[in-house]
Design a binder for this molecule. Structure first.
Ligand SMILES: [Zn+2]
Length: 90
């Protein structure tokens, strides 16, 4: 089992030990149950978010390609494209 982000730091000179909290529960109460997500759960969450972003990007890319095809087929394509490019500049 992976360690949770909360941990106790021991002073080498025997000055004591200090909790390094990784979750709000233990930041408020050092004796509380740690609620930090395990590292593998965090990685799984990030992978799911990345999959969502990739799906959204593919949907956006398809929409972009359809819009560009429609613009290219339009008689005023050059003017429309120039206006869009001008608006897109930062
Ligand atoms: Zn924690």
């Amino acid at each position: 089992m992976s360690p949770r982000p909360c941990y106790w730091h021991e002073e080498t000179q025997g000055a004591g030990r200090y909790l390094i909290p990784g979750c709000a529960a233990r930041a408020h109460d050092p004796d509380a149950q740690c609620t930090c997500p395990l590292a593998e759960h965090h990685v799984a969450d990030l992978r799911n978010q990345l999959d969502d972003i990739r799906r959204e990007f593919r949907r956006f890319r398809r929409w972009h390609d359809c819009v560009m095809d429609a613009i290219r087929a339009h008689p005023d394509a050059t003017a429309i494209y120039a206006t869009a490019e001008k608006a897109h500049r930062p």
